[in-house]
Ligand binder design. Structure first.
Ligand SMILES: [Zn+2]
Ligand SMILES: [Zn+2]
Length: 269
């Protein structure tokens, strides 16, 4: 076990060194469009170019009050969309929200953040979450911020859990306890993006559990993830929490993958 932790740590350190060296040798590349960011052409925090920053699309208009998806034609009878009105499987979260629309532009940042070791993007993406929460303070009245956990095999390959980095930004901003160890992913799941709705449910069903010894009874929790499509991953995390007596379980993701999305990336964990 000690050996495993040591290898994990060394892998993460080497990854960081190589990425820092690359960033030093080469000028800053916009993670959205891949172009070099010229001086004076930078958007927020000089992390993305001004043009890409303008393309970030926030979720606005009327949304389903449960799953947070935009209501077609801006109307949801009874404030819920059809699938939340008559859910085929139980919905465990109190409600789920996405700050932005998962468009081609945002998918560039998220894949750089997840797959190309650009951990520094957690600041930029974390600010998007914090901006949303400032406008929706109810979601910050919780006992802990909990990231959707990564399977240890993916953690080993990546060196970090992107949802944990985002959760840390939220926890710090709102002075909430960060509890990255509350949930554990007990089995491997396939990438959700390539599956049908029914397959997604089967894929994640019972994939999460509460770490033994963790007190969850009556606790209000804010779950954080980078992207959500059907909300099934968040729902399964919420199920594990609710089954152990948790109170309100909110879900917040940076990007909500809507029907008119670009070709899906591998949005698995
Ligand atoms: Zn750009
Ligand atoms: Zn809904």
């Amino acid at each position: 076990m000690l050996m495993f932790h040591l290898i994990r740590r060394i892998t993460a350190i080497f990854k960081k060194i190589i990425i820092r060296a690359m960033d030093f040798v080469f000028p800053t590349v916009c993670p959205g469009c891949g172009k070099f960011i010229a001086d004076g052409d930078a958007g927020e925090g000089k992390i993305v170019c001004g043009e890409c920053f303008e393309k970030i699309k926030y979720v606005d208009g009327k949304i389903c009050l449960k799953c947070g998806l935009p209501c077609p034609g801006d109307s949801c009878p009874g404030d819920l969309c059809d699938s939340c009105e008559k859910p085929r499987t139980e919905i465990y979260y109190t409600y789920l929200r996405g700050a932005c629309v998962y468009n081609e532009n945002l998918s560039g940042y998220i894949s750089s953040f997840k797959y190309r070791g650009k951990e520094y993007l957690s600041e930029f993406l974390g600010n998007i979450l914090n901006g949303y929460l400032e406008k929706h303070p109810e979601m910050t009245k919780v006992d802990a911020v909990v990231p959707v956990p990564l399977h240890w095999r993916k953690w080993l390959a990546r060196g970090y859990n992107q949802s944990e980095l985002l959760s840390a930004r939220v926890a710090k901003r709102f002075n909430i306890k960060l509890d990255p160890g509350m949930l554990e992913r007990k089995r491997w799941t396939r990438p959700q993006a390539k599956l049908t709705r029914q397959e997604r449910f089967k894929n994640t069903d019972g994939a999460f559990e509460i770490k033994s010894g963790r007190q969850t009874a009556g606790k209000n929790i804010l779950l954080i993830d980078d992207v959500s499509t059907t909300g099934e991953t968040i729902n399964q995390c919420a199920m594990a929490l609710k089954n152990k007596g948790a109170g309100n379980v909110y879900g917040l993701v940076v990007a909500r993958d809507l029907p008119e999305r670009p070709a899906p990336l591998d949005i698995s964990h």
